[in-house]
Every structure is written in structure tokens, then in C-alpha cells.
Design a binder for this molecule. Structure first.
Ligand code: GLN
Length: 451
């Protein structure tokens, strides 16, 4: 299996990987073979996996898609990587992503854009664009991603694969290079919900090394896959179907909802009134946290350092000016601004208050329904370059994924067809499933019944 995928990766032109080290992969595969022969295997032993280059690894470089960490090798493995190693999975390498996971098209990577395997003119989505492209092009059977405001769900949608962002706090953030700590959450991406469930079983564990890790009884996330959906109440938020939603995406999503009705589900009209506010709220809170998290890249402790400088301050300035890309700098500036004296109350505190109201809207909705469904993104994947110089256009495209992250809820994307029109006919559409806290098993059941 490892050889098969390494050969496909070597032949691929998608730029999905940032670092492949065949020898290391084959060594791990040999160990997995030994475990299989010794009868000491888990369900995942010998199955290849690749990691978003946000998870640190001891044996592969960990770049976060940034020049700042171009040659950085971590002295330890992220907890998530440790869990998969312990299960006997075989690492294929590291996956390209937007720099520090900031982006929606994977065009913010220092290592270049990733191409969408369905249509090489299209972006794969972001920030876990390499992860999604690798699954879609069959370069890996399983990958990790991270989702701060949609970065698992949106690239999964754009590449026609399945991905789940679990409840905030479920998956350890230890060794996940931080972007916005109160939102960042790792999760699996794969071809099916069932595969995602198998990966979640290894991924979700309490971790004392992560202060926001939740301590809960372990569960089998695939235990309910075959439950029927009779009487399931699906909340359809009005605000997810308004102006701005492309007609072809709406058509594919509505067709999926009709399919669920055939499976016995009931559609319930619900409202998430503050959906629109999730964009300004997220784009205050996420940059604020990023500006703090990214202060550690100072040219002393990690990665890049400018070659010539006059004094310490000059070294910081040159290092950060050289090491960070445009979007990262923009967010550090915005974040520092909204946290600064005199602006904190007007921006950051306000945003935190609205964040709470957004979470309350979801709880009101879940009084009327068992799951919420809608589109993942307002359009199918756009063309490479189309929005590369327009940050606000990128931010607006996150409208349907941000609120789930702000509330800390689990969200999933599964493929539900293709766009219409000559160009869009090759571009997948994603259906979003949002559950209440800790309802990952329910989401996987609902997704599996459709798949
Ligand atoms: N597109 C969003 C952003 O640019 C979300 C990214 C993410 O989830 N990591 O911040």
C-alpha cells in the first residue's frame, strides 16, 4: 500500500505535498508488516496517512506552509501524529496548506498553490487544500486537516471528499502549529464518513498537554452508522439559502435534502439570525489570537532568521518581514490593532459578545431539530488566481462555516453532486452537516446513510 501511494504521489502534478521521504515511509511500513504478522494489529495498522503540514513531526519538516518554517524540524511529534503512529499507520509525508492555515484557496502557501484534481484550473479550497486534493486524487487513503473557520469542510467540499471538524476540545492541539487557539481543531478527511469515523476513533483522546482538551469516556464513533433516519428532524437555516448562494450549489444541496426525506427525515425551517455577523466576528477574533500566537516567530526560537541586521529590534523586523507572507502580515496587523488599548472594547470585546450570541442561536435551533444542514460554501471552487488579490472576497466565501467554529460545534462536509454549466460540471458541491456538541457519531451516521 505504501509503495502504491508513494508512486502515485511521485507521479502527481498537484503540489499537494510539501515533504515526502520514501525511506522513512517504507521503514514504517515494514514495522507495520511485522505487527500484522505478529497478530498485534489495530484496524488502522499498515494504512497510509499523510498529515497537514500544521502538525509537527520529528521525521518530516513542519513548515505550516510558511517561509518562516521552511527548514524547521520539530523535536517531537504532535499528539495526533503519536496516536496514528501508535495505531500502526504509515506516514506518507506532509501536506501543503495555506500559510499558518490562513486562507480559503491554498494560494497563501509559500510552497505554491495546490491544484484541484477535478479541474486543474480550480483551487482545491483551503486551508487544508493539500489534504483534500490528496484524498480526491487518491494520493492517500486518509489525511489529517485542521479547521479554524472551515478549513476541513470547505476544501472537502471543493474536492468532493468527506471531512469532519469535531467538537472544539476533542482533538488535541498539542503539536498543531497554532493559528487561533480558541477555534483551532484538528480532524480527519477521507473518502467516506466511515473512514473518518475510524480515524476519529484513534484521534479523539484526552491530552493533559493541551489545556483545552476535554476529558470524556472513549466511544466508537462508527457505532451508529447503520441506524435508520426515520423521523430525523433536519433543520434548514433560512440564512444559508439567501442571496449570494450560487444556483447550482443550491440545487445540489436541495437535491440532497430531498434524498434525506426519502430516507425518512423531516425538514424543519429554522433561523440562525446572526449568520452574517460571523464574518466580522471571526475576522476580529481569529487575527487577534493569531497576532499573539505568531509573536513566537522572532528569529530566535524557531525557523528563519534574517542574515544581516543592526541590532535585536532590526533582527526581529527583518526576520518577520522576510518570513511571513502577505496574508499573515495582514492578520498580525489587524489582530494587533483590535487588541490595542482604546480599541479592545470596541472590537475584540464586542466580537466576543456576539460570538456568545451566535452559539446561543445554535442552541435555540437544536431545540427544534436534530441536525442542521446546508451548503458548505456559497459557490463551487473558483479559478486559481481569481480571488488571490482580494482578501475580502476570500473572507466572504467562509460565510457558512465560520459560525460553527465560533460556537465550537462539530461540522462535517460530504459530497452531494456537482455544479452546473460547462466549467462547473467538474466541480464538486459539499453538503454541510452541523450537530450539537459531542454528536460526531450522529453526524457520521447521517452522512453514512446518504453515502
Ligand atoms: N478561511 C478561513 C481563514 O482564512 C478559515 C481558515 C481555517 O479554518 N484554518 O481564516
Amino acid at each position: 500500500l505504501a509503495q502504491h501511494y508513494l508512486a502515485r504521489i511521485a507521479a502527481s502534478q498537484l503540489n499537494a505535498f510539501t515533504h515526502v521521504e520514501s525511506n522513512l515511509t517504507l521503514q514504517q511500513a515494514a514495522l507495520a508488516d511485522q505487527r500484522l504478522a505478529a497478530g498485534d494489529a489495530t484496524a488502522l495498522t499498515g494504512i497510509p496517512i499523510a498529515h497537514k503540514d500544521i502538525f509537527v513531526t520529528r521525521d518530516w519538516r513542519s513548515t505550516a506552509g510558511s517561509r518562516m518554517l521552511e527548514n524547521y524540524v520539530s523535536p517531537f511529534d504532535a499528539t495526533v501524529v503519536e496516536h496514528f503512529n501508535a495505531a500502526g499507520m504509515v506516514t506518507l509525508g506532509k501536506l501543503n496548506c495555506d500559510e499558518f492555515a490562513m486562507g480559503s484557496s491554498n494560494e497563501n502557501s509559500y510552497f505554491g498553490a495546490v491544484k484541484n484534481p477535478w479541474d486543474l484550473r480550480a483551487v482545491p479550497g483551503g486551508s487544508s487544500g493539500g489534504s483534500a486534493a490528496a484524498i480526491a486524487a487518491r494520493l492517500a487513503p486518509a489525511v489529517t486537516g485542521t479547521d479554524t473557520g472551515g478549513s476541513i469542510r470547505q476544501p472537502a467540499a471543493f474536492c468532493g471528499i468527506s471531512g469532519i471538524k469535531p467538537t472544539y476540545g476533542s482533538v488535541s492541539r498539542y503539536g498543531m502549529i497554532a493559528f487561533a487557539s480558541s477555534l483551532d481543531q484538528g480532524g480527519p478527511m477521507a473518502q467516506t464518513a466511515e473512514d473518518c469515523g475510524m480515524l476519529l476513533n484513534a484521534m479523539i483522546r484526552f491530552d493533559p498537554k493541551d489545556s483545552t482538551s476535554l476529558e470524556r469516556a472513549s466511544e466508537d464513533f462508527n457505532r451508529d452508522l447503520n441506524k435508520d433516519l426515520k423521523g430525523l428532524r433536519i433543520g434548514v437555516p433560512r440564512e444559508f439559502f439567501g442571496a449570494g448562494l450560487a444556483a447550482d450549489v443550491e440545487q445540489a444541496v436541495r437535491a440532497a435534502l430531498a434524498e434525506y426525506e426519502k430516507l425518512g427525515a423531516i425538514l424543519v425551517d429554522i433561523s440562525l439570525p446572526k449568520t452574517e455577523l460571523s464574518i466580522p466576528v471571526y475576522y476580529v477574533i481569529a487575527p487577534a489570537e493569531a497576532s499573539s500566537n505568531l509573536s513566537r516567530f522572532d528569529g530566535v526560537r524557531y525557523g528563519h532568521r534574517a542574515k544581516e541586521y543592526k541590532d535585536l529590534t532590526d533582527m526581529y523586523k527583518k526576520t518577520r518581514a522576510e518570513g511571513f507572507g502577505e496574508e499573515v502580515k495582514r492578520r498580525i496587523l489587524v489582530g494587533s490593532y483590535v487588541l490595542s488599548h482604546g480599541y479592545y472594547d470596541a472590537y475584540y470585546l464586542q466580537a466576543q459578545k456576539i460570538r456568545r450570541l451566535i452559539a446561543q442561536d445554535f442552541q435555540a435551533a437544536f431545540a427544534q431539530c436534530d441536525v442542521i444542514m446546508g451548503p458548505v460554501a456559497p459557490t463551487v471552487a473558483w479559478d486559481l488566481g481569481d480571488k488571490a488579490d482580494d482578501p475580502v472576497a476570500n473572507y466572504l466565501a467562509d460565510i457558512f462555516t465560520l459560525s460553527t467554529s465560533l460556537a465550537g460545534l462539530p461540522g462535517m462536509s460530504i459530497p452531494c453532486g456537482f455544479g452546473q454549466g460547462e466549467k462547473n460540471a467538474q466541480r464538486p458541491v459539499g453538503l454541510q452537516l452541523i450537530g450539537n456538541y459531542f454528536e460526531e457519531a450522529k453526524l457520521l451516521n447521517i452522512a453514512h446513510q446518504y453515502q
